[in-house]
Ligand binder design. Structure first.
Ligand SMILES: [Zn+2]
Length: 204
């Protein structure tokens, strides 16, 4: 798994496109050349931008690169009260192959929606199994739940040009980041539903 622990001096924080930008709805290309320096640079830029914007997931089209690539890094941020962390993960040409019947509500925000300043409850499957390629071109299968499964589903939607706003389960409960931080962020339900209990890598 790719590791990028520190931002290098040549870090490239990219502009995060905002909803309405046609590139967010454009189709995303499959990566077929895993040796391309462009791909490595894309992952570096996504990582630096994710950390600068204080996000836990970001997809390539959000920085105007229309490829099937996204990354996640579960950690505590201003809007996520998490006592669990998960390493930086790279997902190239991802496909979600299985969704649990059990669903849960977690409030989501997004870097492309007012730079993560708007939150709303979204009902999605609690657990997923996906297949993707790592940066070195190795296919892997991954099953997980909690906030990790949630972020993967959110970023996977960006691959199809779908924004979380289209999936809000109750529009009356939308709120700014300020109200979300005061109320939902620390709520028992949000913390419980965010908890990661499964991380499995069966052989592909
Ligand atoms: Zn998003």
């Amino acid at each position: 798994m790719y590791k990028h622990t520190k931002s290098k001096p040549n870090m490239a924080v990219r502009k995060v496109l905002q909803i309405g930008d046609p590139l967010l709805k454009a189709s995303n290309k499959v990566i077929d050349d895993f040796s391309s320096p462009k791909l490595f640079k894309l992952i570096l830029d996504l990582t630096d931008t994710l950390r600068k914007e204080d996000l836990i997931g970001i997809a390539a089209p959000q920085i105007g690169e229309n490829y099937k690539v996204f990354i996640t890094e579960i950690r505590k941020t201003k809007t996520r009260e998490l006592d669990q962390t998960d390493e930086l993960r790279v997902y190239i040409n991802p496909v979600i192959i299985d969704y649990s019947a059990i669903e849960s509500i977690i409030y989501e925000g997004c870097g492309t929606v007012l730079h993560g300043r708007l939150f709303g409850p979204v009902l999605r499957p609690k657990k997923i199994t996906m297949e993707a390629y790592s940066l070195d071109g190795i296919k892997y299968r991954f099953t997980c739940d909690g906030i990790l499964a949630r972020v993967i589903q959110h970023e996977y939607d960006h691959m199809k040009g779908v924004e979380f706003l289209e999936k809000i389960s109750d529009y009356k409960k939308m709120m700014t980041a300020e109200y979300y931080q005061k109320t939902i962020k620390l709520s028992k339900e949000q913390k419980h539903n965010s908890r990661i209990t499964i991380k499995e890598f069966p052989f592909v």
